[in-house]
Design a protein around this ligand. Structure first.
Ligand SMILES: NC(=O)c1ccc[n+]([C@@H]2O[C@H](COP(=O)([O-])OP(=O)(O)OC[C@H]3O[C@@H](n4cnc5c(N)ncnc54)[C@H](OP(=O)(O)O)[C@@H]3O)[C@@H](O)[C@H]2O)c1
Length: 323
């Protein structure tokens, strides 16, 4: 089968389409013939070397498709089942992948493969951020950076549905309308607005109880300044680069703040947690309150172009690869 692989870390150009052998599924595994593959920012960190993978490596942790073969001991999945997954084991940028059955979710009939590939990792992330890391409450104001991005568009809609007042940030004016149409009450341009001052102004001069920051290096300090005393900083990504090291005293100086650096795989760590989070996601999709926007599609062979678009801030919503 064909798969995207890389032998050294670097820019998008290190990604190459190769012919590889796919072994039969091992015990507890299922072979998924992929119909759509989710592209996530984490894969740019893995490709660049910010997050280390043993090389050479495949890439991609999210996909949707049809079960083609089942390994020994798998009882919950059969050949022909429609499934989706997100996993920390890289390799979904491919025509097929062997995945542990414990990481698979049966897809409801009404959810298509592209939607599923776009919704699993990003939607489950929005689920745990808004409903577990911090329980967003009706009437409160939250700040969510990269509001027009893959996770951001889902989270903005979902937070609005939960009754929050959502302040979003974007990197260019061209993304403002999209963020507004998807749940943001106020959208600030990180590159033009004095966004820290405007966040406080929009909240009656007070800090917020929670800030969701996936931009990292460029926004970390400003995000802390948006918080009320004892507020929670949820630092869940590094789109602009890793946050610089700092002393915990900073959290005390800025108001006895709390800081968490969560990752999806610690929230969806058991099949039961994964299923419960997926059920919650599918339920909110079924109401229509959250819609999945697949705004970029690339052929699998064009994974380089997909990475280029994502890391140069040209994308909105979700990006998928089609094998
Ligand atoms: N911890 C977790 O469990 C978890 C899970 C999923 C995703 N994440 C993180 O959440 C973030 C969003 O992921 P995603 O896949 O949905 O990506 P995305 O939001 O679609 O793309 C990243 C966005 O970051 C913004 N950005 C700000 N500064 C940037 C810079 N210097 N270079 C590039 N982009 C910059 C851009 O939006 P603007 O142009 O509008 O600023 C860009 O569109 C990523 O940081 C990712 O690592 C974390």
């Amino acid at each position: 089968m064909k798969a995207i692989r890389f032998h050294e870390t670097g820019g998008p150009e290190v990604l190459t389409l190769e012919e590889v052998e796919l072994a039969p599924p091992g015990p507890g595994e299922v072979t998924v013939r992929l119909a759509a593959i989710g592209v996530n920012f984490i894969e740019t960190y893995q490709r660049s070397g910010l997050y280390k993978l043993p090389l050479p490596s495949g890439l991609g942790g999210e996909g949707a498709g049809t079960v083609e073969a089942v390994g020994n001991g798998v009882t919950d999945f059969q050949i022909g089942d429609r499934v989706a997954y997100c996993t920390a084991s890289p390799g979904s940028y491919a025509e097929a992948q062997n995945v542990l059955a414990t990481k698979l979710i049966h897809l409801p009939d009404e959810i298509g493969f592209e939607t599923a590939a776009a919704a699993m990792l990003k939607g489950l992330t929005a689920q745990y951020l808004l409903k577990q890391t911090y329980v967003v409450k009706k009437g409160e104001t939250i700040l969510f950076h990269s509001a027009a991005g893959g996770v951001g568009l889902i989270a903005s809609q979902w937070a609005k549905h939960l009754g929050a007042r959502v302040i979003g940030t974007v990197g260019s004016d061209s993304k403002i309308a999209l963020a507004q149409e998807n749940g943001c009450d106020l959208v600030l341009n990180l590159n033009q607005d004095d966004w820290v001052a405007k966040v406080k102004e929009a909240n009656g001069g007070k800090g917020l109880a929670v800030v969701y920051d996936s931009v990292g290096k460029d926004t970390f300090a400003g995000s802390l300044d948006c918080l009320a005393p004892r507020g929670l900083m949820v630092s869940f990504g590094n789109s602009s680069g890793a946050v610089d090291p700092f002393s915990p005293t900073l959290l005390s100086q800025k108001g006895s703040l709390y800081l968490t650096r969560p990752t999806l795989f610690h929230y969806a760590s058991t099949p039961q947690e994964l299923q419960a989070m997926a059920d919650d996601l599918f339920a909110v999709l079924a109401t229509g309150a959250v819609k999945i926007a697949v705004n970029q599609r690339f052929e699998l062979k064009d994974a380089r172009a997909a990475h280029q678009a994502l890391q140069s801030r040209q994308t909105t919503g979700a990006t998928v690869l089609i094998p």
